[in-house]
Design a protein. Structure first.
Ligand code: NBP
Length: 478
């Protein structure tokens, strides 16, 4: 076996197969391998003419077909399968070789694996890949972690196959060990928030205008020509205008209204709690999915809970549509701002030194949250790379501020009409909370000191204090 392949892919289900084809189409000689040979064979049979593939049935032959330092991309089911592949692969590798995990690993697993492989002299590159099967084939957004040294030889190959926006690759070095998978996790969390906000906008338009799915689809198509332009708005317009072949009804009206929240959304929220970062948009989106799937509770509530709501009375349809658009944009900025706060907090905690502007740049193409306004986020971090709050960047201060009245109207109307808009309303509550001069947290601190002697700090002088609540209520410095 000649060691001639420049890169290898093991795991040839939909993602790995398409990634391998993408490498080959860019002129790389690609070693391909899968646990069961049938997938390798079918790749070579069906796509072999697209480039130079070197198929192997055994892992040993696969490794032997790679030029050194070897670059092996693992694209298998995240979790135990990844560990199984690593265990089989590692004894066959040599110092300096690069193992890339391009699956959706949880970042603590990536930190663990990187440490273990580094101890053997190997580079382990936990890499976020977004864009689904279409992205994997035609250009995904790629978020590689690991050592900078590994990026020197691996980076150009990944950049070559990534999506390009204005000629710039949607791939850059993210940071050490788990940084790439962490950023991919937050990307997916933001995706949850974005989708929930779009769903709430759709529901408000539906109930406020009494419009058909197709009509609302046209509104989304119109929105996609402005600031909201994004992949998710584009596909929403498409989905809403799709007609179910079996019934002739709008497709969205025949789909069961129960969403799933499998992995990354939950991880993002759990991590937000660990770091103490209020990612309320992502959390509301994740819980909204959980609520939709709470079937017994929904049945019990439907029969028992009163609404006492006043249906929406929309007199000026155009004004209402514009209000919802502005509320959607403002809530979306909040969700992104929170996500970038989470990246900053994790970066500080783990010493990753993540460039947030660069993350927004590599999300502009290839990935699910690709959007016109990501340019604005990159620009904001270029103006101030230590920006404490994305919302406080002058562009976003204006963009959100100009839509504030509309945002408040929409949230108030939703509450009055009994239409659940958890992400719209909690994003507004976050906005008002983060800008408040003084928060009722003061009362919470007082309560905590009362029942648990948890102490408090004073606004008027330094120090930590406790009041003797059950005695003479004198104050002591703790
Ligand atoms: P799957 O997640 O469905 O995994 C199937 C692949 O894993 C097959 O190649 C299978 O081999 C292999 N595999 C399993 Br399962 N257990 C194994 C083991 N113990 N040892 C070796 N190989 C094993 O594939 P996918 O949908 O292509 O996704 C691949 C990765 O990409 C996942 O981590 C996923 O989360 C991530 N991802 C997916 C998307 C997407 O849109 N689908 C997007 C972004 C990221 P076999 O053929 O022999 O059974």
């Amino acid at each position: 076996m000649t060691a001639r392949a420049q890169i290898g892919v093991t795991g040839l289900a939909v993602m790995g197969r398409n990634l391998a084809r993408n490498f080959a189409r860019h002129g790389y000689t690609v070693a391909v391998h899968n646990r069961s040979f049938a997938k390798t064979q079918s790749l070579v049979d069906e796509a072999g003419s697209e480039g130079d593939f070197v198929p192997s049935e055994s892992m040993a032959d696969f490794v032997a077909s790679l030029a050194r330092p070897r670059k092996v991309v693992i694209m298998v089911k995240a979790g135990a399968a990844t560990d199984a592949v690593i265990d089989e692969l590692v004894p066959l590798l040599e110092s300096g070789d690069i193992v890339v995990d391009a699956g959706n690993a949880h970042f603590p697993d990536t930190i663990r694996r990187e440490e273990a492989l580094a101890a053997k002299g190997l580079h382990f590159v936990g890499t976020g890949v977004s864009g689904g099967e279409e992205g994997a084939l035609n250009g995904p957004s790629i978020m590689p972690g690991g050592t900078r040294e590994s990026y020197e030889s691996l980076g150009p190959i990944l950049e070559a196959i990534s999506a390009k926006v204005d000629g710039t690759p949607c791939c850059t070095y993210v940071g050490p060990n788990g940084a790439g998978h962490f950023v991919k996790m937050v990307h997916n969390g933001i995706e949850y928030a974005d989708m929930q906000l779009i769903a709430e906008a759709y529901d408000l338009l539906k109930q406020g205008l009494g419009a058909s799915a197709a009509e609302i689809g046209q509104i989304f198509a119109e929105w996609n020509t402005g600031d909201l332009e994004s992949f998710l708005i584009e596909i929403t317009a498409d989905v809403l205008q799709h007609v179910d072949a079996a019934t002739g009804s709008a497709f969205v009206d025949v789909v069961l209204d129960q969403a799933e929240q499998k992995g990354t959304g939950r991880w993002t929220v759990q991590n937000g709690l660990d770091l103490g970062v209020p990612i309320t948009g992502i959390a509301e989106a994740t819980f909204a999915r959980a609520l939709s799937g709470s079937v017994p509770q929904r049945e019990a509530a439907r029969a028992a809970l009163r609404a006492d709501a006043t249906p929406l009375q929309v007199t000026d349809r155009a004004a209402f549509i514009e209000d919802v658009r502005q509320a959607l944009y403002a809530s979306k900025v909040v969700a992104y701002s929170q996500g970038f706060d989470q990246i900053a907090a994790a970066s500080a905690e783990h010493g990753w030194d993540i460039d947030r502007g660069a993350m927004a740049r590599i999300w502009r193409g290839g990935c699910i949250i690709r959007a016109r306004f990501l340019n604005r986020i990159t620009e904001a971090y270029e103006r101030d790379q230590d920006l404490a709050l994305l919302l406080a960047d002058p562009y976003f201060t204006d963009a959100v501020g100009n839509g504030l009245a509309a945002w408040r109207r929409v949230v108030a109307q939703a509450a009055t009409a009994g239409i659940p808009a958890p992400a719209f309303s909690s994003s507004l509550a976050y906005y008002d909370g983060v800008r408040a001069d003084r928060l009722p947290a003061a009362l919470i601190q007082a309560q905590r000191d009362f029942f648990g002697a948890h102490t408090y700090r004073r606004a008027d002088r330094e120090g930590t204090f406790h009041t003797e609540w059950s005695a003479d209520r004198s104050e002591q410095e703790a």
